[in-house]
Ligand binder design. Structure first.
Ligand SMILES: Nc1ncnc2c1ncn2[C@@H]1O[C@H](COP(=O)(O)OP(=O)(O)O)[C@@H](O)[C@H]1O
Ligand SMILES: [Mg+2]
Length: 294
């Protein structure tokens, strides 16, 4: 990787964060027992907004090239926890994160870690598609340009659009405005934009909630394909979606604190998706997945 910019040597840049195993292993993981590597290690994670502790003592591991789903009723802290994984909570003035959050073996909250570098390795796709008011090409080329990623931009744009399953629909109108695309196409463009900087991880916060069922199906199909290259963490309020696409599911809930009465987010249960939806261990999980609450 070439870069001519000046960097503070104390600040780990993306290529100093652990290298992506995608490029140096070719181990097939489908259809056989495997022990996937741990990508994120979360321990005793507490997130505060001012004095309000929104998330209490969350601990979980996220595994490589799996899809991990966060489910649970509104306000239980799913987005808050997701935003910790690429330091997006840094952008919220009153947010404070405590506890341990490792990416491979790097402490993501170490003072020397550059949050911009983190966000390059750990990309995010939001609920509402948010393309820039620019051409389709420029939307995808923007990140690699800013990040100083070398190589042929045309090629990066094509590969990213192919990776997001959008190339065939837009290849003849790359110079047209992204805002002319349908909602589902815009969301795939945002996925192309996220993968254009070659991240390892994609965080998706309710990526289909603004889409119709057909566009949702397309994105779910895409996620299953992308799993061979990326680790994906998805927040969804749609339990069927979690059951369809994810390998592991974390069920969160919000419970009133005895002392303050405030509703705080907790991780109730985290397991293989099949187990969560067939034989959950916790009665709160069972009540939620059977539709008795939430
Ligand atoms: N920027 C913020 N400022 C203050 N409180 C927030 C902020 N974002 C979320 N919260 C609060 O934190 C709790 C968890 O919210 P959130 O993570 O958005 O839940 P979910 O994604 O599960 O719906 C809620 O009580 C919410 O009101
Ligand atoms: Mg949310």
């Amino acid at each position: 990787m070439t870069s001519t910019e000046h960097h503070d040597p104390k600040v780990p840049m993306p290529d100093q964060l652990p290298s992506s195993p995608v490029s140096d292993t070719a181990t097939p993981t489908s259809g056989e027992d495997h022990n996937p590597a741990t990508v994120f290690t979360v321990r005793d994670l507490n997130v505060y907004y001012g004095d309000f502790r929104a998330v209490v003592d969350v601990g979980l591991d996220v595994f490589e090239r799996e899809i991990t789903a966060f489910i649970g009723p509104s306000g239980c802290g799913k987005s808050t926890v997701l935003r910790c994984f690429n330091r997006m909570n840094d952008l919220i003035d009153i947010a404070r994160v405590e506890g341990q959050l490792l990416f491979h073996d790097i402490d993501l909250y170490h003072p020397d870690v550059d949050p911009v570098a983190v966000r390059r390795r750990i990309g995010m796709v939001f609920q509402k598609p948010n393309p820039f008011p620019k051409s389709i090409f420029d939307n995808v080329a923007y990140g690699p340009k800013i990040a100083g990623i070398g190589g042929d931009l045309d090629e990066i744009v094509e590969t990213s659009l192919k990776g997001a399953g959008l190339w065939n629909e837009v290849k003849d109108r790359l110079d047209k405005s992204a805002l002319g695309l349908s909602g589902g196409q815009q969301q795939r463009l945002c996925i192309a934009r996220a993968i254009a900087v070659q991240p390892d991880v994609l965080l998706m916060d309710e990526p289909c909630s603004a889409l119709d069922p057909i566009a949702t199906g397309t994105i779910e199909e895409l996620m299953r394909e992308m799993k061979s290259q990326y680790t994906i963490v998805i927040v969804t309020h749609n339990m069927q979606q979690a059951a369809r696409v994810s390998d592991r599911t974390a069920f969160f809930t919000a419970e009133a604190d005895e002392a303050t009465g405030q509703r705080r987010g907790k991780l109730v249960e985290y397991d293989d998706t099949g187990l969560i939806f067939s034989t959950p261990k916790d009665e709160r999980t069972e009540a939620y997945i059977t539709g008795r609450f939430g």
